[in-house]
Design a protein around this ligand. Structure first.
Ligand SMILES: Cc1cc2nc3c(=O)[nH]c(=O)nc-3n(C[C@H](O)[C@H](O)[C@H](O)COP(=O)(O)O)c2cc1C
Length: 220
């Protein structure tokens, strides 16, 4: 069953349903704001999967896709996660919370999965070895920093994907990574780009306050 949109922010142009009212990228970027209050509407698993599928279309070097996600929906689990997030209420209030992490060890150990099938069979071992050599040279710490950076692209896609389907989000770095690691028994190398609360928003959020393009861009 579709989530009932009990609250329809005007920025959604009155969209009443979810996947049937896809915003385009520009509309989603304009509409997205951090939302910290949510209605009690439950996002159907099919919509959560679709948000994640779209986010997973994010590009990454060598197609490594180092991002991994735990979707927290259970009430008690959300309460535990809220504790690790310094009590931020949106963690408990949202329909679900995405715990986004990067795990380069696991990604590289399963490299055969991400190497594009378009590579001819005889070239695949060479491609794989050159990727593994590259990260072996970088060392563990830099490799994990790399995975963290790439997983932030996934994060950006995810925020827009959720918005495009009529859902609100709140990205958070206000949490204790060690507590989150312990909660889900994640490996020591995992890094965390963000927690993302997602649900049907119950507030407008703050108007955008952004630099003008000329403040951060030089055309040459
Ligand atoms: C990676 C990331 C982490 C953030 N962490 C928090 C957080 O822990 N708590 C919070 O209330 N807002 C958090 N924010 C929200 C920002 O404060 C917000 O995005 C920014 O002020 C711009 O407002 P807007 O998202 O409404 O456009 C975070 C945003 C991002 C992208």
């Amino acid at each position: 069953m579709r989530a009932q949109l009990k609250y329809v922010p005007t920025t959604y142009n009155g969209c009443m349903s979810t996947v049937n009212t896809l915003l385009n990228v520009r509309e989603a970027a304009e509409a997205r704001k951090s939302i910290r209050k949510y209605s009690d509407a439950v996002i159907p698993e099919s919509d959560l999967r679709e948000i994640l599928r779209i986010a997973g279309l994010a590009p990454s070097p060598w197609n490594i896709q180092p991002w991994r996600v735990i979707v927290v929906r259970d009430h008690d689990e959300k309460q535990k996660l809220m504790g690790a997030a310094y009590g931020q209420p949106q963690v408990g209030a949202a329909s679900a919370v995405f715990v986004i992490y990067s795990d380069m060890k696991e990604a590289l150990a399963t490299a055969d999965e991400f190497i594009h099938p378009g590579y001819p069979e005889d070239q695949r071992p060479k491609v794989k070895q050159s990727i593994l050599d590259n990260f072996a040279k970088m060392g563990d710490e830099a490799t994990e920093r790399w995975g963290y950076a790439e997983s932030n692209i996934f994060l950006g896609f995810l925020l827009l994907a959720a918005q495009s389907m009529g859902y609100s989000t709140s990205a958070m770095l206000g949490f204790d990574p060690e507590q989150v690691r312990a909660l889900y028994n994640l490996p020591a190398n995992a890094t965390f780009p963000a927690l993302v609360a997602v649900g049907v928003g119950a507030e407008e959020g703050f108007p955008h306050h952004r630099h003008a393009v000329d403040r951060f861009v030089k055309f040459i």
